[in-house]
Design a protein around this ligand. Sequence first.
Ligand SMILES: [Fe+2]
Length: 288
Amino acid sequence: MRVLPLAFDSLGTRSMATLVETADIRILIDPGAALGPSRYGLPPHPIEKERLKEHKKKIKEAAKEADVLVITHYHFDHYLRDSPEMYEGKILLLKDPRSWINQSQRNRAQEFLSKIEGRPSRIEIADGREFYFGRTRIKFSQPFPHGMEGTKLGFVLMCLIESGGQKTLFSSDIGGPSYPPTAKWIIREEPELLIIDGPATLFIGWKEPPEILSKANELLLNILNQVRPWKTIIDHHVVRDLEWMEKMEPVIEAAKREGISMETAAEFLGLRPDFLEARRRELYGMKG
Ligand SMILES: [Fe+2]
């Protein structure tokens, strides 16, 4: 199985777009990218806008080669809404647009589905289901909260791809994890490669309570101890915080001690992380 991160926060935009290639099929997970509309009271910098263009281009090119597109929820950093042609002839595995969904995502899903109407070759509601393509298995979780229990941000699906005796688990926006049943699902699936978003420490005191950090650290430690994935890609939410490594120190230290590789998507690709949004002040020539 080949796993290729296309656009991630450590590559400069809000995204988790990932292409997974197995012997049977090419799967593009969460084909979207976006920018933080306001950070430190500043709008996106031209460098970020340029990067967003590059990432969207990359995603559209990958979509051309993909057989299956997965959308784990309807936030704009997880699907492209203004490129209906991208979905032409594709198999779409989607988060249920009608149940376990908040109002804002319900509206977005409806709008999106009417825009792409007639284009995909097949559309399937993926919540809690399994799909086989040759010997490749794609398994979806039931909807889990986008962060801690009771969050207003809605629900997401996790996605597990199994092929050739290897499992890759894509957590989507579970906020860490920060809800114990989410961690339990990951532990039960025992992935070799775990792609996870980390807690949205940036949203503390606004969209998330302060406990999200300690909860995520505790649950991530459980996962590392029980699953011992060969590799963990940690990216997206948590790396919007420049102090993320200090905040997640117990987890990073445990991974080191246990010899479990833990890195950002950029590092996974052999690149230096480029946290453009977190460095926005600096991009504008202001003190970091
Ligand atoms: Fe997201």
